[in-house]
Design a binder for this molecule. Structure first.
Ligand code: AMP
Ligand code: MG
Length: 482
């Protein structure tokens, strides 16, 4: 009975500075809730011959696979702008699994008990938030956005104390690595250049081997990360995703979305949308995400100053200029993304006005972000009087006029829109419904939303309610530290 694990745990071989060697803390009564068989098969893993009892032990951390070597990783981070020493306080990396095609993935348990980095936390996670991460991270994947994935969730059989008593759970997270901006900050704060070089080389070896022989690896890495993160945040903006807690410890060097805490998707278009209950000032609001991405990238560049140039003022100047390239790159990628959403080919001087005028109209009329693009594609699930508005009709004429410059490629234009505008996003009320039911052991709504979100760009039947924003009209709130 081989599952197919192939561990080669390179990070655990780094010095003690980078991690704590620790095993997951065993749980009393493990019980598998969900296993992502499609992802398992992408990883060349086969769990089909393992019985539920054993699967529960595996995915709760009670039974570690042969070849694993678990650690908690050290990192730091700017949380809401304040620098703090952090680390995996409730997670352990059990190892790096290599697939047949030689791709390497971190396998991490989240909610696996206390570590040296737990500070005042209990090291545990609750069922609702772990299933929430499962739903949203898998949706991000099918929405074609770089992300960590979710392989399984198992209940621990233990209660955990939050505002109320909740069921404990462990999520198995899969990532191309868990190296964060915060990992560099942790090492840089120790001011030992040899350690910083080790981390730089390790990261390049793992994610950016194309620059391993370059003359200025540190600078090249900053440039590559600017591109990856720019691409990532543009994709978030495309689908109305609000991460909610873009602290530097929650920004990966791989360019994958990580840490699905208080994140949620925007319904009606409002650039200032914030869901997280603790984000009082709107630091991580929808419209601030690009600004914060740049801010985080600047923190990353600061870490690498000693490796950019021996002459510190010169290194700072180079790093500053490099980081300042972000705005133009973002603007260009964002414009192209919006053109794609509108099915527009080529460039036109007036594109920016056309795009901004639509967004302004959506904001004023509180139009649903996702469904407005569906309306333009004649795929809006329900007839909405909103779109009979005179201003919208005028705007649409301008859009049609601009589209006609696409050289008669209306089929291609529709294809472009279909590839960029999802029909389905994880609607907040549907997530809540699935989580509430799962807490009562009813997994039907969970399985249903997961099934629909497997194909977010496709028309599907039996999806009533999954395309509309919540009808209650109550402001949706999400919570951190879950
Ligand atoms: P997050 O908000 O999930 O990005 O976590 C920020 C930091 O708090 C990380 O160092 C986590 O490991 C730590 N943390 C979050 N929840 C807990 C918990 N229940 N117990 C221990 N550490 C935690
Ligand atoms: Mg985090």
């Amino acid at each position: 009975m081989t599952i197919g694990w192939h561990f080669n745990n390179t990070y655990s071989k780094l010095s003690e500075t980078f991690k704590e060697n620790i095993k997951p803390i065993p749980v009393t009564n493990p019980d598998l809730v969900i296993l992502n068989e499609a992802l398992a098969s992408e990883l060349d893993l086969d769990f089909s011959k393992i019985d539920k009892d054993e699967l529960s032990k595996i995915f709760s951390g009670n039974l570690l696979p042969a070849g694993s070597n678990s650690i908690a990783q050290a990192y730091a981070g700017h949380q809401f702008g304040h620098f703090t020493m952090l680390g995996d306080g409730r997670a352990v990396l059990i190892g790096e699994h290599t697939t047949k095609s030689k791709k390497k993935f971190d396998i991490q348990f989240k909610g696996s008990g206390k570590t040296a980095f737990s500070r005042n936390g209990d090291g545990r996670a609750a069922l609702g938030p772990m299933l929430r991460e499962y739903i949203i991270s898998e949706a991000m994947h099918t929405l074609k956005i770089p992300t960590t994935r979710s392989l399984a969730v198992a209940k621990t059989g233990e209660d955990i104390q939050r505002e109320k008593v909740l069921q404990g759970a462990v999520l198995t997270r899969v990532a191309s690595s868990h190296i964060r901006v915060g990992t560099f900050q942790y090492i840089a704060a120790r001011q030992k250049e040899d350690e910083l070089k080790i981390l730089l080389d390790y990261t390049i070896g793992r994610h950016y081997p194309e620059i391993k022989n370059s003359n200025n690896k540190a600078l090249d890495l900053i440039n590559l990360l600017i591109d990856r993160q720019c691409n990532l945040v543009v994709n978030w903006m495309r689908v109305g995703f609000i991460h909610g807690v873009m602290n530097t410890d929650n920004m990966t060097i791989s360019g994958e979305t990580i840490d699905y805490g208080p994140c949620a998707f925007m319904d009606n278009y409002d650039p200032k949308t914030v869901f997280s209950s603790i984000d009082q000032t709107g630091r991580y609001a929808y419209c601030n995400q690009p600004v914060i991405t740049k801010w985080n990238l600047a923190r990353f560049a600061e870490c690498l100053i000693p490796l950019i140039d021996k002459d510190q003022p010169k290194a700072i100047k180079i790093a500053t200029e490099t980081i300042n390239s972000f705005e133009n790159k973002y603007e260009e990628k964002w414009m192209n993304m919006m053109r794609d959403k509108l099915g527009l080919f080529g460039l036109d001087d007036k594109d920016k006005f056309l795009i901004l005028d639509l967004l302004t109209w959506m904001h004023e009329k509180k139009a649903d972000y996702t469904n407005t693009f569906l309306h333009l594609m004649k795929l809006n699930p329900k007839k909405d009087n909103l779109y009979s508005d005179k201003d919208f009709i005028n705007w649409k004429e301008r859009w049609e006029d601009r589209s006609s410059k696409n050289n008669g490629t209306s089929k291609k234009s529709m294809e472009l829109m279909r590839n960029n505008n999802p029909l389905f996003i994880p609607r907040n009320h549907k997530i809540e419904e699935a989580l509430e039911a799962a807490e009562q052991n009813d997994l039907k709504p969970l399985n249903k939303i997961l099934e629909i979100l497997k194909r977010p760009y496709d028309e599907q039947i039996g999806t009533e309610g999954y395309q509309s924003p919540s009808v209650s009209g109550e402001k949706y709130q999400t919570f951190c530290g879950t």
